[in-house]
Write a protein that binds this ligand. Structure first.
Ligand code: 6CS
Ligand code: FE
Length: 311
């Protein structure tokens, strides 16, 4: 029996599903901490819980990143690591975690001023990488990511205290209507969906292939969808999506011939470092949730990753 706590974002405590109003702002310090997004962009982010920066990276930079991610996906050394997650029922690579440390190119991308300063501005502080991953979603074999709030998982399983983290998804391939684009529910970031069920031990060993706990109930999902709709991110390679840690999102499987590859950096505020997981859960491994390598990040000039050695 899990004893009820004063945690406003309690979830997976064997109680019924519930909806809790968000406490934290979307844009901290009124966006004054850094100067990356214009006021209208900040307002759109606060309203929707995400913003799409179309064509932020030019084609040459995207090609460099795609080549690096392809290299890692083909590297037998990487494929056998815990960071590499294959699709359920196939050997196709679904995700590679901790890419910002497995690759010097992606490490430099994570520090690129065009990305880092947006995160610093939204979170109103210095930041570090809580998690990074490349999601490959290969043609024909890329399976879905069912609806979820990342914060619900990071709060329960990683002990992330507050909603003060932002995901940055860099599109390495065109995201079209047919290759399983990221879908977001505008406005959903303002409500926390408490999920039913209890987290099994070592849940990440199955959840990164197909999440079964921390999955919102259909009634709550319907409510969020009716309130704000569902927006697929249809954008060209080189575009970048920033979405709040609590924005409800997911993506369908990819039965098209074309891959839908992106690389994610999750920036967390240095004021929001992880505590112990909830309910006595065992902390997840470092490659999924950073607990040690959480130093403040210094910005690199735009495109500096193009001059980085491959290994
Ligand atoms: O458990 C996690 O941290 C991962 N799971 C999902 C479905 N999205 C966020 C993150 O990659
Ligand atoms: Fe997610």
């Amino acid at each position: 029996m899990i004893t009820p706590t004063l945690d406003p974002y309690a979830s997976r405590t064997d109680r019924d599903a519930g909806i809790v109003q968000r406490v934290e702002p979307l844009v901290y310090e009124d966006g004054a901490y850094a100067n990356a997004l214009q006021p209208a962009q900040q307002a759109a982010y606060a309203r929707d819980g995400f913003i799409v920066l179309e064509d932020l990276l030019p084609a040459g930079e995207v090609d460099c990143l795609m080549e690096e991610v392809d290299r890692m996906t083909r590297d037998p050394q990487i494929r056998q690591r815990d960071e590499a997650i294959t699709e359920k029922g196939s050997q196709a690579v679904r995700s590679i975690f901790r890419v910002h440390e497995l690759s010097r190119v992606i490490h430099a991308l994570a520090h690129d001023e065009r990305l880092l300063n947006v995160a610093r501005q939204l979170l109103g502080s210095e930041v570090y990488i809580h998690q990074s991953r490349a999601n490959l979603k290969p043609g024909f074999k890329g399976k879905d990511f069912y609806w979820h709030s990342d914060f619900e998982t990071w709060h329960v399983e990683d002990g992330m205290p507050a909603m003060r983290a932002v995901s940055c998804s860099v599109l390495l391939t065109d995201n079209s209507a047919v290759n399983g684009p990221l879908m977001l529910m505008p406005g959903s970031q303002k409500q926390f969906i408490s999920c039913v069920g209890r987290t099994p031990d070592a849940h990440y060993k199955s959840s990164l292939k197909q999440q079964e706990y921390g999955v919102p109930d259909p009634v709550s999902l319907q409510l969020l969808a009716e309130q704000g709709g569902v927006v697929p991110v249809i954008a060209k390679a080189g575009s970048v999506v920033f979405f709040d840690c609590n924005t409800m999102h997911g993506s369908s499987s990819n039965i098209s011939p074309w891959p839908r590859a992106n690389v994610f950096m999750v920036y967390n505020s240095v004021e929001n470092r992880l505590g112990p997981p909830k309910y006595g859960l065992t902390p997840r491994p470092e490659h999924i949730a950073t607990r040690t390598n959480d130093a403040v990040m210094e910005a690199l000039p735009a495109g500096a990753f193009m001059q980085t050695g491959r290994e």
